[in-house]
Design a protein around this ligand. Structure first.
Ligand SMILES: Cc1cc2nc3c(=O)[nH]c(=O)nc-3n(C[C@H](O)[C@H](O)[C@H](O)COP(=O)(O)O)c2cc1C
Length: 188
C-alpha cells in the first residue's frame, strides 16, 4: 500500500503534522510526505500548455507528484485553517492539478487515466469547527481532481489552548482512519 501525504502547514511539527504522524504510526506500506511550504512546486500560471499537450510544462517537483498520483492507493491532505480556508501554499499546489480537469473536459483525452484512491482530510484550527465549511468544500474539489474518494476526516480545534498532541479524541480518530485505509486496501 502506498500513501501520499500533502501537508499545507508551514509548521513541520505542528498540529496538522501531529495528526498525520499519528496516522503514519499505523499506516501499512510506503508513505511519502510533500510539505508544500518547503517544496519546489510553483503555482499554475494558466499557460494552457495542457490544453494541447499531455502533462504540464512547468518542470519542477510536481512532475514527480503527477507520477505518484498514479501509483498511490491513498492520499491525505493536511492543513491548518488560515482565514477559514486551506492555506495559500496548499491551494497553490492544488492549482497544478488543473491539468487533470483540462485533459478530461477540454482535450477530452481518456488515455490519461488517474488511479483511483482513498482520501482523508486532516484539519487543524485555532478556533472552532464553524469555520470548516469553506475548507471542506475546497478539499473535496481537490480530492476529486486527484480521483480520490474521501473516506473520512479528522480535525483538531481550539489548538491555541489545546495543541493536537493533547487532543486525545483527534489522535484516536487519526489512528482509526489509518486502520480504515489499511482495511480498505486489503479488501480491494
Ligand atoms: C495566517 C493564519 C491564519 C489563521 N486563520 C485561522 C482561522 O481562520 N481560523 C482558525 O480557527 N484558526 C486560524 N489560524 C490558526 C491555525 O489554524 C492553528 O494555529 C492551527 O492549529 C495551526 O496548525 P499547524 O500547526 O498544522 O500549522 C490561523 C493561523 C495563521 C498563522
Amino acid at each position: 500500500m502506498k500513501t501520499l501525504i500533502i501537508s499545507g502547514s508551514p509548521r513541520k511539527n505542528g498540529d496538522s503534522m501531529t495528526l498525520v504522524n499519528e496516522m503514519k504510526k499505523y499506516l501499512e506500506g510506503e508513505v511519502r510526505v510533500i510539505h508544500t511550504y518547503y517544496s519546489n512546486i510553483s503555482p499554475c500560471v494558466d499557460c494552457r500548455y495542457c490544453w494541447y499537450n499531455v502533462g504540464c510544462d512547468i518542470k519542477d517537483e510536481m512532475q514527480e507528484v503527477y507520477q505518484l498520483l498514479n501509483e498511490v492507493d491513498n492520499v491525505i491532505i493536511a492543513s491548518p485553517l488560515h482565514f477559514s480556508g486551506l492555506t495559500g501554499k496548499l491551494l497553490s499546489f492544488a492549482s497544478r492539478l488543473q491539468l487533470f480537469y483540462v485533459s478530461r473536459r477540454i482535450r477530452k483525452d481518456d488515455s490519461f487515466p488517474l488511479r483511483k484512491k482513498n482520501g482523508v482530510l486532516v484539519i487543524s484550527a485555532g478556533g472552532d469547527t464553524r469555520d470548516f465549511e469553506c475548507s471542506s468544500k475546497t478539499a473535496n474539489l481537490i480530492f476529486r481532481q486527484m480521483n480520490a474518494k474521501l473516506i473520512g476526516s479528522v480535525s483538531t480545534v481550539h489548538t491555541n489552548e489545546i495543541p493536537a498532541k493533547d487532543d486525545i479524541e483527534a489522535l484516536a480518530k487519526a489512528q482509526e482512519l489509518a486502520l480504515k485505509l489499511n482495511e480498505l486496501n486489503n479488501l480491494s
